[in-house]
Design a protein around this ligand. Structure first.
Ligand code: SME
Length: 164
């Protein structure tokens, strides 16, 4: 299945596409315990499956600085290396443990512009099997209001099964 994977083989309808991707991702990652491999793989598969994704990747809690996120596996233009809890959209998701769906990043207090082309974004907190925050998954778009509840549901579903 992994060999045949590409966006052309996926359904056009967005909710269905997320559901099919969830199955493909589970199949590709089956038996692979390495966290970097799991994060890099899910980032690649998601980034290459949706036109509206511009920057896609993880910010992880730094074990040496537990109130700080440090960039993890990602696809896209150069991302900021570190984000403090409570700062910008990623820091707010980390602080609250809640998904942030932002239609206009310029209207979000403290938004961090790693790339000026970013217009909207969704950030989903990621937890381990014990319920401890591991970090967040950030998707930015260069189109305004690019994400909706279908993206939220699809991403939360995929990410909630990744590290548990
Ligand atoms: N937009 C994010 C920062 C990370 S990047 O854009 C890759 C934020 O405000 O949290």
């Amino acid at each position: 299945m992994a060999e045949a994977f590409n966006d052309l083989s996926l359904p056009a309808e967005k909710a269905e596409r997320y559901r099919t991707l969830a199955e493909e991702i589970a199949s590709v990652l089956d038996g692979e315990p390495n966290l970097t491999a799991r994060m890099a793989t899910v980032t690649s598969m998601l980034a290459n499956s949706f036109e509206h994704y511009f920057w896609t990747g993880f910010y992880l809690v730094d074990p040496a600085r537990p109130r700080e996120l440090v960039v993890g596996p990602y696809q896209g233009t150069l991302g900021c290396l570190r984000i403090a809890f409570g700062r910008g959209v990623c820091g707010t998701a980390a602080e609250t443990g809640l998904t942030q769906l932002v239609a206009d990043v310029h209207a979000f207090p403290g938004h961090i512009a790693c790339d000026g082309r970013s217009q909207s974004e969704i950030v989903v907190p990621v937890f381990d099997g014990a319920g401890t925050l591991m970090g967040v998954f950030d998707v930015d778009s260069d189109q305004p209001a690019a994400f909706d509840l279908v993206d939220q549901q699809g991403l939360e579903d995929i990410l909630s099964k990744l590290f548990t």
